[in-house]
Design a binder for this molecule. Structure first.
Ligand code: PMP
Length: 405
């Protein structure tokens, strides 16, 4: 039994008192922000607003200190070896684009292979594809088993092709399935591959430990960790980051510039061109510092309780086709009402102020593979309650009645 106090946790979020009619089950898309995060951003803009790394005045120096402290906070949270391994960017998408672009100009050569999986979000497919097509690099894809889990035997077989890069999601944003990341990284390392982990959904599931995972790169977005939108993290081992060609060039990332040549700044600044999202960085570190006041393991247990309850309710509803497996699931459930369009189901839920997502969830190759047009997705966060789950189940029962009448 979980000893997590969901009601007092929920009180940390103004949204739930100001919009009490909503049941919010679209957490895999973005999460609500606690007052601690909103206050930190407001305070910065009201009292401290200034650019970083460049001002002659003390406001700028204070903003710089705050910004660099945030980098240290993130480094500590994910147990990076040093703060310079944390690159701030706009989100997981930006980070994956930087990695794909950066490696394609240095490490990857024509004829090399990259290994992705059938579960990937477009953000971990298209950036690679854009460059692979141009540079003659081949993409291989790990298939799924019958219950839509990653086929780990096939993964091992595909590793025999000696991919230079292996890039995969820690948790599927559609199905919620959790990959055995540590084991997969270790196996990829045996064939000398560079490992990239898309932690967009994983970052809120558990506190990741970079030194223990030993991946080369790990990316996530702040807004899926109770932080603001428009801010994310590209973690990379220091030596790996030095191999990346910067995707953006401009101010801050340079050392000397002339019209003949440019020399570059040291890490992390070399990969952070232009004025960064300072308020976003401050908001992200506020989220991380706030989150550490709670027991993440207990929060996860609470989410699993919601998941279990939702699954047993769903399986009692006639005509539900479950795409997600309850095994190795982080609290994201994709399903359909047989014969009905996912958007019609989501519309009916929306009419009752139940927020879910419907569609292909930026994972078209997965939907082609499992031969579905799309799905309804309910995703749980620690602030959701059993009452939220019950309301959703009731609304789904009514949706089945209405649609199949
Ligand atoms: N990867 C996964 C697994 C995701 O769930 C998402 C967001 N849905 C992304 C990448 C991209 O994140 P963002 O849109 O915040 O850049």
């Amino acid at each position: 039994m979980s000893c997590f106090d969901v009601q007092s946790f929920r009180q940390q979020f103004a949204f739930f008192t100001q919009q009490p009619s909503w049941v919010y089950l679209d957490n895999a898309a973005t999460m609500h922000k606690p007052t601690a995060v909103i206050d930190a951003i407001t305070l910065f803009y009201q009292q401290q607003n200034s650019n970083v790394h460049r001002g002659a005045h003390s406001l700028s120096q204070q903003a710089t200190t705050r910004y660099e402290q945030a980098r240290a906070d993130v480094a500590q949270y994910i147990n990076a070896k040093q703060a310079a391994e944390i690159i701030f960017c706009s989100g997981a998408t930006a980070a994956l684009n930087q990695i794909a672009f950066g490696l394609m100009h240095t490490v990857l050569q024509p004829g090399d292979r990259i290994l992705l999986t059938q579960l990937e979000h477009h953000a971990n497919i298209v950036p690679w594809q854009l460059h692979c097509q141009r540079h003659g690099v081949i993409i291989d894809v790990v298939p799924l088993t019958k219950d839509n889990q990653l086929d780990l035997d096939a993964y091992n077989q595909l590793l025999k092709l000696k991919p230079k890069v292996v890039s995969f999601c820690q948790i599927s944003n559609v199905l919620g399935h959790i990959q055995p990341v540590k084991q997969m990284i270790a196996q990829a390392k045996l064939v000398g591959a560079i490992t990239v982990i898309d932690g967009a959904q994983g970052i809120v599931y558990e506190q990741p430990d970079m030194q223990q995972l030993d991946c080369d790169f790990y990316v996530f977005s702040g807004h899926k960790l109770y932080g603001p939108t428009g801010i994310g993290v590209l973690y990379g081992k220091f030596d790996r980051l030095t191999e990346l060609t910067p995707i953006f060039a401009g101010g801050e990332m340079i050392d000397q510039v002339s019209f003949v040549n440019t020399t570059f700044n040291q890490l992390p600044f070399r990969l952070e061109a232009g004025t960064p999202n300072i308020a976003g960085v401050i908001g992200l570190s506020a989220a991380i510092n706030w989150l550490q006041k709670f027991n993440i393991v207990e929060m996860q247990k609470h989410k699993l309780l919601l998941l279990k309850h939702f699954y047993s309710g769903l399986s009692a509803i006639k005509g539900i086709d479950l795409l997600s497996s309850p095994v190795h699931n982080a609290g994201i459930v994709a399903f359909n009402i047989i014969g009905e369009h996912h958007s019609d189901v989501a519309d009916l839920l929306n009419q009752q102020h139940i927020a879910v997502r419907a569609g292909q969830h930026c994972a078209m190759p997965l939907f082609s593979y499992i031969q579905q047009r799309g799905a309804v997705r309910c995703s749980f966060a620690a602030y959701n309650t059993l009452d939220d789950v019950n309301q959703c189940l009731l609304a789904l029962e009514q949706a089945v009645e209405i649609l199949t009448a």
